[in-house]
Design a protein around this ligand. Structure first.
Ligand code: TEU
Ligand code: CA
Length: 537
């Protein structure tokens, strides 16, 4: 599109390549498969796609462990396939964002293999190495998100290396100027290849404190960091020295300067889920750092009306000139319909209303593949679990496979995803929710999602406007007004399973076209369960 600010209020559809479409019958999704389904993605009315990692990788963390930043993993295809994908996307009016996983690499990346040889090689300081304490134990108390110490002993170099995630994901030392430069060079490589932007993985983990100080414990009464979907030791530490260091800001400014050389490109950073609003302001304000910060606000916490109101109030107070990117789910968390709509009598309608919430807020939106179908979390038996995060913690935490099972295109045995048994099983309950089934049923959620998105895309006030929370005489409702260039749109959401009423402060006119139902009699507004009202003056 010609709008250079497409990202601002844009809708980005996240594709998890392993599980989108398998074109060559090996049970794993690939680039040719994705290209063949882009017309479907475009039909949703979204602005672009975000591809989870497609680069060369031993796949210990399914691509979030890169061993060559400039090539496509053969499992997914070739650089030529990627070019074809990008061209097809552009022809369909879709922007293409790729995942940059530069906080850490794979331990089989040649840079790490060189770095671990000895303490004097040219890449010796490209990763974070440290001597043990006198008793041989790790240099400090830092913990890995995926469990245990963040330090791994290397018996060749006789030092520990830092890994915030898996042992096979050594962290880069961003204090080294060559490390920063090599990542900027990688990004330029992909910009020259024609990508429209980046999703930056784990931005807040780039730098660590060089003093390697112990993190302080969380004190009684102090809010715990989220850090993990289950209660684990990570949440009992305040991560003040291992992540979110002040040096991140100037580096993000450098990345932004690079993107500014290529008009219309944008980046969204995954800024973490521990006290994210302050960081969001830090990383997105001023128009010279991240374009968007991916927020965890509606990934991890319940969608109660109070919680939503508090989130929006804090967002307005803290992130005045920054820009969030909202999401209900992704490849790391339980599917939204199950997580939040599980006990809803009408889970599909709940899924639609939750989507309407994030599509009505100030910010951009990431939708995750299958969300438009209302897929529930898949049931993956222990024997089939693949996630290295889930296997050791089963069954307390079942890992991230339940949201990563294949996309369902039709009702055939493998859901039209593959001709063979896929890497993760297709959930049989998903088959009746497949794209083909829903396309053929005009009442299906897919059509409602499309109508909502098409309508939302025409409302400049929803894409770009400010947001002011409104008091409402029914605490079960969330109400706010969006405003852009003199135009105002009132939004009232009922995310509960019961009909709710409220009294409006002024005479408003209903806006139609989005597909929701509400009744206005004078100043009295009646919103049935899981419905949204949009009004103008
Ligand atoms: O996720 C980062 C990550 O794991 C945390 O943000 C975490 O989800 C959160 O603190 C709650 O647990 C990214 C990728 O999305 C994920 O798939 C990778 O495994 C991870 O980075 C490592 O690259
Ligand atoms: Ca394949």
């Amino acid at each position: 599109t010609s709008d250079l600010n497409w990202w601002k209020g844009g809708i980005i559809y996240q594709i998890y390549p392993r599980s989108f479409m398998d074109s060559n019958g090996d049970g794993i999704g690939d680039l040719v498969g994705i290209t063949g389904k882009l017309e479907y993605v475009a039909s949703l009315g979204v602005d672009g796609i975000w591809l989870s990692p497609i680069f060369t990788s031993p796949m210990k963390d399914f691509g979030y462990d890169v061993s060559d930043y400039r090539d496509i993993d053969p499992m997914f295809g070739t650089l030529a396939d990627f070019k074809a994908l990008t061209e097809r996307a552009h022809a369909l009016g879709l922007q293409v964002m790729i995942d940059q996983v530069i906080s850490h690499s794979s331990d089989v990346h040649p840079w790490f293999e060189e770095s671990r040889q000895d303490k004097t090689n040219p890449k010796a300081d490209w990763y974070v190495w440290s001597d043990p304490k006198p008793d041989g134990s790790p240099p400090n108390n830092w913990l890995s998100i995926f469990g245990g110490s963040a330090w791994k002993w290397d018996s060749r170099r006789l030092q520990y290396y830092l890994h915030n995630f898996l042992e096979s994901q050594p962290d880069f030392n961003f204090h080294h100027p060559e490390v920063r430069q090599v990542h900027l060079d990688t990004m330029r490589f992909w910009l020259d290849m024609g990508v429209d932007g980046f999703r930056l993985d784990t931005v807040n983990f780039y730098f660590h404190s060089q003093g390697l100080e112990d993190n302080p414990p969380v004190l009684p009464g102090e809010p715990k960091t989220m850090g993990a979907p289950h209660d684990n030791p990570y949440t009992y530490q305040r991560h003040v020295y291992d992540l979110s260091r002040p040096e991140n800001v100037p580096f993000l400014q450098q990345v932004r300067a690079l993107l500014e050389e290529y008009p219309g490109r944008a980046m969204v950073g995954e800024i973490g889920d521990d006290f994210p609003l302050k960081r969001m302001a830090e990383y997105t304000s001023g128009g010279d750092k991240l374009h968007m910060a991916y927020t965890f606000d509606f990934l991890n916490k319940p969608h109660s009306p109070e919680y939503i109101r508090t989130t929006l109030t804090n967002m307005n107070e803290t992130v005045a000139d920054g820009w969030p990117c909202w999401a209900l789910s992704n490849h790391d968390v339980m599917r939204a319909r199950t997580r939040w709509g599980g006990d809803a009598t009408d889970g599909e309608q709940y899924a639609l209303t939750a989507m309407a919430l994030i599509l009505s807020l100030r910010g951009s939106v990431c939708l995750y593949q299958g969300e438009e179908l209302g897929l529930p979390e898949a049931d993956v038996p222990f024997e089939r679990i693949q996630d290295p995060y889930g296997i050791p913690l089963w069954p307390v935490f079942k890992g991230r496979d339940g949201c990563r099972t294949p996309m369902v295109w039709d009702e055939s045995e493998q859901g039209g995803f593959s001709t063979v048994e896929p890497w993760l099983p297709v959930d049989p309950r998903h088959l009746s929710l497949s794209v083909a089934v829903q396309e053929a049923n005009s009442d299906a959620l897919l059509h409602k999602v499309r109508r909502l998105i098409y309508w939302r895309q025409q409302q400049a006030v929803l894409r770009k406007g400010s947001l002011t929370l409104l008091p409402v005489d029914n605490e079960q409702l969330v109400a706010f007004v969006r405003e852009y260039e003199g135009q105002r749109l009132w939004v009232v959401l009922n995310l509960t399973g019961e009909t709710q009423q409220a009294t409006l402060e002024a005479n408003l006119q209903p806006v139609t076209g989005h597909g929701f139902r509400s009744h206005l009699t004078g100043l009295t507004l009646t919103l049935p369960a899981y419905q949204v009202g949009y009004y103008t003056q």
